[in-house]
Design a protein around this ligand. Structure first.
Ligand code: MIC
Ligand code: SF4
Length: 639
């Protein structure tokens, strides 16, 4: 029986387990990446492990999230990252060099290799046939130390692409169509593997837009084959030697198939507040727009930017619209300035932002009150933009520009087909903003600013659990709800005590205070609890606030791993209907809690006086991690 591309890469890296969907496997990790918002914590944890030098083929630390330096905090963290990486053998991509996923694709990604990153959009690397996965910072720290990465073997879903995109429909519309069909839960436990005759008609940046936003499906990752188009991309980056052809066997067996006719796609938009609320742009036509933001790791390649510039050339944006453009990398910005496209953007009235995440993570450029913001980004969760009542729509660069010009949501079809951008044969390659680590044995002082506080430590579960349900939340709670980001909060990613006051702020302003007063508690959640970002702060902060367990209908993959890594026990309802009767303030009692965590798959809890069966379908390793009070303790114990 033939193999899928995913199976080929996984089996070439398999350390333990069998490739049976749902079974725990562990794999060797070739490369890691971190970004600054999760990276400080990851390196603090790496340091706590006491390993002198990384053992991966390549590890890179990027600074792209916390670049707004409104106080000393972010700058201090940058200095810490620069020095800690220099000491331990990690490359350091300086602030200004670009968004981690864009730069990694340009400069480091290699087809067929494995990559984990402390950011949920690490699957962007799937655009060149690399198996990239988002993970918690602690998992990345373990991989940097040479440890295997543990995950459940995924199902592989085939996305069969046919034909050719008809401009102005673009790659963003492909992934929005997949989201429309499958929803934000549709990829859970799966890898989305793209195949079919349509693949050859997509460029690497287009493929990367699609794999990037596969994160919004809840997928483990997404991947494209590595073919002549991949070779051309690597050649233009001066690294053709990294190319190797890769594809699934013709008789590979898939768990499911989704078929998409590229030629039939029209411009789509995801409506507030979820990436799967997808409708045709034409159905929104006429809605007044206050702000348009172009960029983020989804749509900030040179090809995207040249398309935007071509549409803006000789035109001017509507007086009521504020347009921001953040190129994905310094390389993209240099190319734009060399060819004159930057001048076209500025002449049209665009506000040029840094090559960084910026508005995508609420780092500036928040919309006005109740403002309508069209963004080429990947997430439109409530409040993420920094304005709680903003209405954020996710669209392609083409739709973004057409709407910025018109002042209202506009289907770019009115502009007719937009000519494909002409890309340079060879990109400007200048890695001077990527610092190399010190030679082995060289003395390096790690600089720690006052904002860097110790990592909270978990503890083993008590013999019996006797707590209160301090918070009950609904379905699809994101890590942006649990641990919001934005300008005021992000600078404290290395300061968990300070961060804790913002926990669940979006859903319940009183939670943090109540949790502190209670000392310890339990949270009850709905389905897909913890979707979205990989931020382990969404586990570390609840840990700091005394959360002992989270009971939910189901969990998102990375968040569940982060809870276990932090030493918080994630439990699911055997019968999801039991969720309904639970009230905030109910007592939750589990006799023999520790024994259940260690040995059992189900346990009967008493919640609000009623018996409720809860599942603990953990692997042996997960039980051992929980018993140790988290992955850091478990690793320190020599595992
Ligand atoms: C995001 O897009 O939500 C982030 C910010 O990049 C996160 C990481 C973080 O919270 O720092 C992610 O996607 O993992
Ligand atoms: Fe940065 Fe936004 Fe991409 Fe997250 S989704 S890495 S915040 S650009």
């Amino acid at each position: 029986m033939g193999m899928t591309l995913t199976e080929k890469i996984l089996s070439a890296h398999l350390v333990s387990g069998k490739l049976i969907p749902g079974e725990e496997i562990s794999i060797r990790i070739d490369q890691t990446l971190t970004q600054d918002a999760t990276g400080t914590m990851a390196y603090l944890q790496f340091e706590a492990m006491g390993i002198p030098r990384v053992k991966t083929e390549l590890s890179v630390a990027y600074v792209d999230h916390n670049t707004l330096q409104a106080g000393f905090e972010n700058a201090d963290d940058h200095r810490y990252l620069q020095t800690v990486t220099k000491k331990h053998g990690i490359r350091f991509s300086r602030p200004g060099n670009g968004i981690c996923h864009q730069v990694h694709l340009e400069r480091f990604g290699v087809p067929g290799k494995t990559l984990i990153g402390s950011d949920s959009h690490t699957p962007t690397a799937g655009g060149i046939g690399m198996l990239g996965m988002g993970a918690g910072g602690l998992d990345v720290a373990v991989a940097m130390g040479g440890g295997a990465y543990y995950l459940r073997a995924p199902r592989v879903i085939r996305v069969l692409l046919h034909g050719v995109l008809r401009s102005p429909a673009g790659a963003k519309d492909v992934i929005l169509e997949v989201l429309r069909r499958l929803s934000v839960k549709g990829g859970v436990g799966a890898v989305m593997e793209y195949c079919g005759d349509g693949v050859a008609n997509l460029t690497v940046p287009q493929r990367a837009t699609i794999t990037n936003m596969g994160a919004e499906l809840g997928a483990t990752t997404s991947i494209f084959p590595s073919d002549d188009v991949t070779r051309g991309f690597l050649r233009a980056q001066g690294r053709e030697e990294d190319f190797r052809p890769l594809s699934a066997d013709p008789d590979a067996v898939y768990a499911d198939t989704v078929e998409i006719d590229l030629g039939a796609l029209t411009p789509l938009a995801a409506c507030p507040h979820s990436p799967d609320k997808v409708v045709p742009v034409s159905s929104l036509s006429g809605i007044k727009v206050n702000q348009v933001c172009i960029g983020s790791c989804t749509n900030s390649s040179l090809a995207d930017m040249l398309t935007v510039a071509a549409m803006l050339r000789g035109r001017h944006i509507h007086p009521d619209v504020s347009l921001s453009i953040s190129p994905g990398s310094r390389q993209v910005l240099i190319e734009l300035s060399r060819c004159g496209a930057l001048a076209d953007m500025l002449a049209a009235g665009a506000r040029l932002l840094e090559c960084a995440c910026g508005p995508c993570i609420g780092m500036g450029f928040s919309p006005e009150s109740a403002g309508v913001s069209l963004r080429t980004f990947n997430r439109n969760f409530e409040g993420r933009s920094g304005t709680k009542d903003a209405q954020v729509y996710l669209v392609s660069p083409e739709t973004a520009v057409a709407s910025a010009l018109a002042g209202s949501i506009t289907d770019p079809t009115v502009y007719g087909p937009i000519p494909a951008p002409v890309l340079p044969e060879r990109f400007t390659v200048d890695d001077s903003m990527i610092l190399l680590p010190a030679a082995e044995g060289e003395e390096v002082e790690v600089v720690r600013g006052p904002n860097i506080k110790p990592v909270p430590q978990g503890k083993a579960p008590d013999r019996d659990l006797s707590e209160k349900v301090l918070l009950k939340v609904g379905d699809n709670i994101t890590t942006d709800h649990i641990m919001p980001a934005g300008t005021k909060i992000l600078p404290y990613r290395s300061n968990v005590p300070y961060l804790s006051q913002f926990c669940f702020r979006v859903s319940d302003e009183t939670f943090a205070e109540r949790a502190k007063a209670a000392g310890s508690c339990v949270i009850v959640g709905g389905g897909n609890y913890g979707q979205g970002s990989s931020r382990e702060h969404a586990a570390l902060v609840p840990l700091y606030l005394g959360v002992r367990a989270v009971v939910a209908k189901s969990f998102a993959r990375i968040h569940q791993a982060n809870l276990i890594n932090a030493g918080i026990v994630p439990l699911t309802f055997l019968d999801p209907a039991d969720y309904d009767a639970i009230r905030e303030g109910d007592a939750i009692e589990i006799d023999g809690f520790l024994d259940a965590v260690l040995n059992r798959d189900t346990v009967t809890a008493k919640i609000g006086g009623r018996p409720v069966v809860l599942c603990l379908g953990f692997t042996a390793r997960q039980r051992a991690i929980l018993a140790a009070g988290g992955l850091l303790n478990y690793t320190k114990e020599g595992n």
